[in-house]
Design a protein around this ligand. Sequence first.
Ligand code: ZN
Ligand code: ZN
Length: 182
Amino acid sequence: MDEETPAPPIPHDLHSEYEERPFRHCTRCGETLADDQGGFQISKAYKQGECVMEYALCDHCRVNMMEEFSQESKKRLAEYQDANVDLHRGLHHCSVCGISRGDDGVDDFVITGICEGVNLLHSIMVCGKCGDGIQELISVKTRDTWRRFVDDNFPGPPGDGEYPELEETPLQVPVIDLKVSN
Ligand SMILES: [Zn+2]
Ligand SMILES: [Zn+2]
């Protein structure tokens, strides 16, 4: 990393709503994120402006999950990313279409950050519409991988809110590989 320009701290937007503090542990394996050397991913999905799902994934789990994705899906996602995704728009503008979170009709979106320690290295937002387009790129097998992740890690309501139906769960697997493409 470049020591002259330190990465900004992880913004409040990417804190855990459920725990009301920054994420401390990997949602999948429980590893302490501060100890994670490879950098971890935080994703939060919003529907109608409310966070309906959130998770943190340590580098190990992130890599493991990507490995389970089909080659075909990975290839299509990489091609899509190269052609359509701007990784420098931050958390408030869709990295695909550029629409802003505050704009009319933009109530559904997913934000993702790649973090290390207490710092944010990369971040993107994908609006609901563009997210749907990305979902269509991936295979049934890859969708099954995601479904398993949800089943294994989110057995019930995260809080006292309604737990979304699986079909309504925005796909927020690490579809966009911030690390490789940066
Ligand atoms: Zn993990
Ligand atoms: Zn968009």
